[in-house]
Design a binder for this molecule. Structure first.
Ligand code: GTP
Ligand code: MG
Length: 137
């Protein structure tokens, strides 16, 4: 059984979408194992987005994710890593389908409401970056 790391980004928290987003994953049948509202530090932002360090938009990315509180979560379930990505919708707002979180709530590439781990390796890495073992239930 898999675990994944999902995070409502600062735009989603500001727009009061946390409840709706938690509700979608609960109704799907996934189990919430950890959750907290938190401020991401510059150091954590740079570690979290390390794979994008050489991209031209890296500065914007870390600035945005540290711009206000995020809602960090660990979810568990059958194939939760890839199914959560499907429920989030495509990164590009032109391609995120209606019914998905990004399809329903976002029109921009950078302010796209939610982050989700894209592989087993990223899920383990990101859960370890954001949560201690005691915070996972
Ligand atoms: P995450 O779940 O947030 O990691 O999104 P993703 O896996 O669908 O996309 P990816 O990891 O490739 O990119 C990480 C984040 O960078 C995306 O969610 C976007 O918000 C942002 N991003 C990607 N491309 C661009 C870009 O060209 N410009 C800007 N400003 N942001 C971008
Ligand atoms: Mg990604």
């Amino acid at each position: 059984i898999q675990k994944t790391f999902l995070m409502v980004k600062p735009d989603g928290v500001k727009r009061q979408l946390v409840g709706d987003i938690v509700d979608r994953f609960e109704r799907k049948g996934f189990v919430l194992k950890g959750a907290k509202l938190m401020q991401v530090s510059q150091e954590l932002a740079e570690k979290h987005y390390a794979e994008h360090a050489d991209k031209p938009f890296f500065g914007e990315l870390t600035e945005f994710i540290t711009s206000g509180p995020v809602f960090a979560m660990v979810w568990e379930g059958e194939n939760v890593i890839s199914v959560a990505r499907l429920m989030m919708g495509a990164t590009n707002p032109e391609q995120s389908a209606p019914g998905t979180i990004r399809g329903d709530y976002s029109t921009t590439l950078s302010h796209n409401v939610i982050h989700g781990s894209d592989s087993l390796a990223s899920a383990e890495r990101e859960i370890g970056l954001f949560f201690t073992e005691e915070e996972i239930h």
